[in-house]
Write a protein that binds this ligand. Structure first.
Ligand code: SF4
Length: 454
């Protein structure tokens, strides 16, 4: 008699975003895709459901669905559906939406599949947990007998909240894939084969690969008080630069991918032994690729030579982590920019041939103790220097060094309710500051228009 094949199917899910705004800036669940590659190499059968995938199978069949506007280099809008704003966020005067594929399509994918051995759900921003919970609720309804493992950033930063409210069978607060293998073994699932090498993230599970996200290193040597990088990736590790180059070649040759976004926290640090080697190989091999840095580069590292190398090797989107022009604030919060560093970096980039539009500077707004005037001055300085300002509203992050100050400064109960971490709420500012922020946003839009007309 033929033995029944053991169920080794794992379904990996990237949930919807629930928020006031979301934009696809090369947004891919890189951690989940790396795990998919790893588990596939261990012999499991892998299915991916990315609720944010704008090319999700079956989307085209729905004539009532308005296609999202897509822009250059694999960026653009997501599908979106307006939702009821949660009561905690009622005083934000903007529509609240679910971003991603329609719920019926998600349900259809699940009902069309036999029950897998396990669901693995990831999570990102702490205040996006409603999307995660919705996914888990539907999984439990359609496949009630299948265990659900919840991991990702929300699960790590708000483990107790996730354990108490998500409904997942287990919440994983570690990043190491061996923790996942352990969980699977506890469920009676053993990896069919030994892992031999570390595979690439499983981007090939997508129907359409617009762009690839690359991670050449993890961790960051800086310790900015508003950031939880030291908690999420305590050690700085770098991949072999030659191996990173091989990965770029692989995606470019196999899928003709041209756009690559770096997800590193500190891409340019220790450049001589790392990114320089990668980029010089790209240049030498004449690869027609474009690079983007949505995660921001360190201003101090943009020397004249580095700016030229970035230009020549195909960087098209430069984002700088400037945060503020206030030197006291830098000293108190991050120590990563000294007076003159930003101006020097922008001059080097402009001289290397980057346009104002290609050079964006992130400016933090809404930090505890920060004034609206300080943000306004930073916006003007960025514009004068020849870069484009991008406001980044501060979201308080559990386990960051600034967390306690944020909890004290906020009128909201940040510790009890992750929805209050939502950056649109500007939870550490007063109502007057929030009102004044509207004018700042208008001013930034005006500057961007001027730059576009240049
Ligand atoms: S904000 Fe950027 S530079 Fe600062 S610690 Fe986080 S990743 Fe590093």
């Amino acid at each position: 008699m033929e033995r029944m094949k053991k169920n080794q199917t794992l379904v990996l899910i990237n949930p919807w975003i629930y928020d006031f705004a979301a934009y696809d800036l090369w947004s891919k669940p890189l951690g989940l895709l790396s795990l998919a590659g790893y588990l596939r190499e261990c012999g499991f059968d892998i299915t991916l459901i990315d609720c944010l995938d704008i090319h999700y199978p079956g989307l085209g069949n729905n004539r009532n669905l308005k296609s999202p506007v897509r822009r250059r280099f694999g960026t653009g809008k997501f599908f979106r559906e307006k939702m009821r704003t949660p009561p905690q966020l009622q005083n934000v005067d903007r529509p609240y939406s679910r971003y991603g594929i329609p719920i019926p399509l998600f349900r259809e994918s699940l009902t069309n599949m036999p029950p897998p051995a396990c669901f693995l759900v990831t999570s990102l921003m702490t205040y996006w947990y409603p999307g995660v919970f919705e996914v888990i609720r539907i999984l439990q309804e359609i496949h009630p007998q299948v265990p659900i493992l919840l991991g990702g950033i929300y699960a790590r930063l708000c483990t107790q909240h996730a354990e108490a409210h998500s409904g997942a069978t287990t919440v994983i607060s570690e990043t190491n894939p061996t923790a996942i293998i352990r969980f699977l073994e506890n469920q009676g699932l053993h990896a069919p084969r030994e892992l031999t090498g570390l595979p690439y993230p499983a981007f090939d599970l997508y129907n359409n690969i617009d762009s690839i996200c690359l991670m050449t290193s993890s961790g960051c040597p800086y310790r900015c008080r508003y950031c939880a990088s030291h908690f999420l990736s305590p050690h700085v590790t770098r991949r072999d630069p030659h191996e990173v180059f091989e990965e770029v070649v692989y995606w470019h040759k196999r899928f003709e991918t041209r756009d690559f976004a770096f997800y590193d926290d500190a891409l340019l640090v220790s450049a001589k032994t790392h990114i320089r080697i990668i980029l010089e190989k790209i240049l030498k091999n004449n690869l027609p690729v474009r690079f983007h840095t949505p995660n921001a580069l360190h201003v101090r590292e943009i020397t004249r030579d580095m700016a030229r190398l970035l230009k020549r090797s195909g960087f098209r989107t430069i984002r700088l982590g400037y945060e503020t022009s206030d030197p006291d604030l830098h000293q108190r919060l991050d120590n990563k920019v000294s007076p003159g560093d930003f101006e020097r970096a922008v001059t080097n980039l402009r001289n290397a041939g980057f346009s104002r539009q290609e050079i964006g500077a992130y400016i933090l707004a809404g930090l505890p103790g920060q004034t609206v005037e300080s943000v306004a001055e930073t916006v003007e300085l960025v514009a004068r220097t020849g870069a484009t300002p991008y406001l980044a509203e501060y979201s308080p992050i559990p386990h960051s060094d600034l967390w306690e100050d944020a909890v004290k400064a906020s009128d909201y109960d940040l510790e009890a309710e992750p929805l209050y971490h939502n950056n649109t709420l500007l939870p550490c500012w007063t109502p007057e500051q929030r009102n004044a922020f509207h004018d700042l946003k208008k001013r930034v839009i005006e500057i961007r228009r001027t730059h576009a007309n240049h």
